[in-house]
Design a protein around this ligand. Sequence first.
Ligand code: FUB
Length: 741
Amino acid sequence: MKTHLISAVALVLAALTAKAQNPFVQTWYTSDPAPMVHDGRLYVYTGHDEDHADFFWMQEWRVYSTDDMVNWTDHGSPLALESFSWADDRAWAAQTVERGGKFYWYICAHSKLSDGMAIGVAVGDSPTGPFRDAIGKPLFENGSWDHIDPTVLIDDDGQAWLMWGNPQCYYLKLNPDMVSYSGGLGLLDMTEEAFGGPMMNKREKGKEYKDSYVEGPWLMKRNGLYYLLYAAGGVPEHISYSTAPSPTGPWTYKGPIMPLCDTKSFTNHCGVADYKGHSYFFYHTGKLPGGGGFGRSVAVEEFRYNDDGSFPTIMPTDEGVKPLEAFNPYRKVEAETMAFSRGIKTEQNDEVGVYVTDVHNGDYIKLQNVKLGGNLPKQFTARVASGLRGGRIELRLDSLGGELLGSLDVPGTGGWEKWQTLTADLNTITAQQAMRNGQCRDLYLAFKGRKGPKLFNFDWWEIQGLKSLVVEDGGTGPYKAVMKEEATLEAHTVFVPQDLSAFSKKNPLPVLVWGNGACTNSPWEHFKFLNEIASHGYLVLSTGYIPIEEKPYQGPMSTTEQQIESIDWAIHENADPASPYYNKIDVRNICLSGMSCGGLQSLYNCADPRITSLMICNSGLFKTSNRSQAKGGMPMPEKAKLKEIHTPVIYILGGKEDIAYENGMDDFHLIDHVPACAANYPVGHGGTYRQPHGGEFSVVALAWLDWQLKGSKQAAKMFTGRNCLLSRREGWTIEKNQKMK
Ligand code: FUB
């Protein structure tokens, strides 16, 4: 009974941890979040509380960014006290804004010049830096300790306002250069009307006040109204706000936004951003394990403004916010991108930038809402370094103990900065089963190794998946097609309707098996033609690797056996209840086809009893007299092979200019035991495969397939009868043997 109880509690805890998204940085203590949206990404500029600190002994500022609000990339610390020659302590709250392609990061720090807090400004060319002190001196200081927590707003008229202060709120009007100002130092009226009460040190003893401004202002404008959000009420702090018709006031107190709650931090500090149609409230808590008042961590909540423009009450949660979009793992992902992590830290160096370090057995990185489906994960690649014995990265789905997608062994590489890029195959069966429903999953990178020592450093990772491409909008047929790889059909390219739901045992997909010109191992010259055919309701299985880029394939030639593999695969998939093609393939209607050398491959395989039709394009068997023209590696059956043809056959040739014309027409004239025809279109050997949707050759090929494999009487008219449609089609000529008249 007790054991059951304990495991139930453990399960609940695990479930809670799995859901937790706040604090959203777990590798370091981070404070005073200041969001900024730029170029489709949301950046958060933070302070950095030292581990085990007993005061705000803060040395640097950090940057994080996201495009889905749950998976955050650590950009390290591009700005520190050392960046300012005049600063020696207290790298406190800051905010960044973009103007004219430059990024201005307003900070506060203790100044050794005045022995007070000072406002400074750094500038950089990108949101993640590098940054440098813009003016080599404080922007503002006068020896007072009030000058902390700058916030900046560029107004609609271009005037930039800088505000800051504890316990009162100061302002300056920045010049357009953003690094100097005009006019003197301004001070807001710190009245009861403006902030719910006077400044903390001006309060009358025993008198009740609604609230009072303390520090951490956040100036923003919405629908023509200015908002000032701030830490309020003394220690511990909550977040309140006031509004005004102008930055200088008069301000009107509006009430608390995030009331006092158990955040385990006696300060709070907020920032607000609208991003991708959602509104977000950033703040900090002391909730990261080992944290507290001097070990704070940034967190975020989504909210909606009330209809009258006022803020709702926003409560801190552990769950945080929902993902805005799916995370794509089929690209290089910086290892320091994560939705949640345990145990690890990040560091940076000049060679690789920011990387994950301090990896121990049991630590992990979680990525949330990862779109693994729609593609099939095949391999996992990671860049790692280990000065000891390394360890292992396990890829688990949905939880630390979830399905194992694969694992990568990390050896000792001879140094903590001796990087190696390693690849491991993923478990195709797990991947296929897990991905079939196409849903997003949480992906855990679970680190394993000897207990105790540091295992390895981790720079980036990538999942390589099956490739697919929608060619020419999916083709002109009624079924939008896709060109794709299939995990169980190596070295082939499949063209197939994207939505298989229209196909069934009653309405299955006939099959076109294709071999390429020059017997090249990729249909890079024919993919438009093949895709067009698939869009008319065919499963097209081409020999060779998927031509994601339309450029000549350079690898070794294909083999005749690959066409047989295509036929075997179609039959197997149709019979496999676990296959998406189960009972959807018309394995009784298979046309074997190919262009030039691919046509020779088809003739080589013509005796296969599973074939029901042949389509030989720009090809024909070499005669004894011209065999010397053949290139090495081509299949070279004798003309006697033609007797093994047991199905109707069409030769589609490019007219007299086609180098295969003589051989193809000779084949046609030798075939008298099965229906045969030869159709010519005067375009030469290259055919029309590369024209939009495969050009004229697609029209004729589709008619042949519709007649031969689907029994279409309409399509048959293209070929049958004295005045068949093809004989009247512009440019085409057709000859037929006695069996096809
Ligand atoms: O992070 C140091 C100080 O604590 C900030 O400047 C204040 O806003 C408070 O959060």
